[in-house]
Design a protein around this ligand. Structure first.
Ligand SMILES: Cc1cc2nc3c(=O)[nH]c(=O)nc-3n(C[C@H](O)[C@H](O)[C@H](O)COP(=O)(O)OP(=O)(O)OC[C@H]3O[C@@H](n4cnc5c(N)ncnc54)[C@H](O)[C@@H]3O)c2cc1C
Length: 355
């Protein structure tokens, strides 16, 4: 069991994750090993959890994501479901789900981004919930759910509509079984990175959700509060994990190539300074906002991985070299869980208006 971010057990798990081939296959065994090592217990302070602090969780995620972003990303989506369930008021649902998730016997992922960062311009809900006597009737699609095919349950977000399809602004979070015949888990997209995360859309066709499967709501802005919204600090840690892998690579190359040392030193300093801001923020400081940290982490992930490609030269451009994969993975942070403040800060950096 991994009891702290400094434990040798975490190091050996990371060594194993880093050794896995990047062959696009769903990492079933790796995910099970993480669960068996107590990974999900980091996030819960009662009911058999280890209750790690936010800073220790960030330290753990940093090591995991530097070793294997794909597995770590899938874990974050499962943790998103776990946190919502652990923090919910529905005690009987908590009883049914919590310990099975913590010990890795049951898996749940999330399809919630259409409530915050996806399909917001459409002006009408893409996953609607009509209130019935016994619960809710769900129809529509969640456009993004990571690893839904490999999960037993999906925690989804729906917008309450009346019989005519008019939304009233309230939302619910609920769980549906992937084995429900009215739930259609579509095949994962062919992505430019992380295709092995099996991320795809999930359709709901007249899915009946009883009150016993409601996690939160109906309420406006159901994602605010427990579990946080989009672009939280832990999304930044994953970007910094990829940056770390790239900077470590440049450092190892610079041992024989002196001219790479200044770039390595500069990137390492930026990484350490950003990590300091991040750990202060996870410790409660509000001096630097989560959006500022995330946009800078996105920038560093791109610059560090592309610097690593410069160092690896043509060899790094050949499929199979890890540097090429890190470059593609760094792009992911430009689109995943990015609230407007983050995308705007990244655009301002890439396309400055006052040059
Ligand atoms: C690999 C991956 C895994 C993910 N996993 C999950 C997950 O497990 N769970 C989860 O909940 N979410 C997940 N997400 C979703 C993610 O967090 C973001 O919500 C998503 O990337 C936002 O992109 P979108 O294409 O849906 O955005 P949208 O805003 O829906 O944009 C889609 C298209 O709509 C058009 N458009 C956008 N804005 C406007 C506008 N204002 N006016 C007119 N047209 C417009 C553009 O042509 C754009 O290409 C994942 C995303 C990725 C890429």
């Amino acid at each position: 069991m991994i009891q702290s971010p400094d434990s040798p057990e975490l190091q050996s798990l990371c060594d194993y994750l880093a050794s896995l081939p990047d062959d696009g296959t769903w990492p079933e065994e790796a995910l099970q090993r993480c669960a068996d090592a107590g990974f999900f217990r980091w996030f819960v302070s009662t009911d058999g959890g280890f209750g790690w602090s936010s800073t220790d969780i960030a330290k753990g995620y940093l090591q995991l994501s530097a070793a294997n972003l794909n597995v770590t990303f899938i874990l974050t989506q499962r943790v998103a479901a776990l946190r919502r369930i652990a923090g919910c008021q529905n005690e009987s649902l908590k009883q049914r789900f919590l310990e099975p998730i913590l010990c890795g016997k049951l898996t749940a992922t999330v399809g919630i981004s259409h409530l915050t960062t996806s399909r917001q311009h459409l002006g009408k809900p893409i996953l609607s919930a009509v209130e019935t006597k016994d619960g809710f009737q769900i129809n529509g699609v969640t456009p993004w759910a990571t690893g839904a095919d490999g999960a037993d349950w999906i925690l989804m977000g729906g917008s309450i509509v009346d019989g005519l399809g008019n939304a009233d602004g309230r939302e619910i979070l609920f769980v549906v079984a992937t084995g429900n015949p009215n739930v259609n888990v579509k095949p994962g997209f062919d992505l430019i990175a992380l295709s092995a995360s099996q991320t795809g859309a999930v359709e709901a066709n007249n899915v009946t959700v009883p009150h016993s499967n409601i996690v939160a709501g109906p309420i406006e802005q159901v994602l605010t509060g427990n579990g946080g919204g989009a672009g939280g600090l832990q999304t930044s840690v994953l970007a910094l994990g990829v940056a770390k892998a790239a900077i470590d690579f440049i450092e190892s190359e610079s041992k024989n190539r002196d001219h790479l040392a200044p770039a390595q030193t500069a990137l390492r300093q930026q990484h350490q300074s950003l990590l300091k801001d991040l750990f202060e923020a996870t410790g409660g400081s509000t001096e630097v906002t989560a959006a500022e940290i995330r946009s800078q982490a996105n920038s560093l992930a791109l610059r560090a991985t592309q610097s690593a490609l410069v160092a690896a030269k043509g060899a790094g451009f050949v499929t199979g070299h890890p540097v090429g994969r890190w470059c593609r993975e760094a792009l992911f942070f430009l689109v995943w869980s990015c609230p407007h403040a983050v995308t705007q800060a990244n655009l301002d950096e890439f396309a400055p208006c006052n040059v």
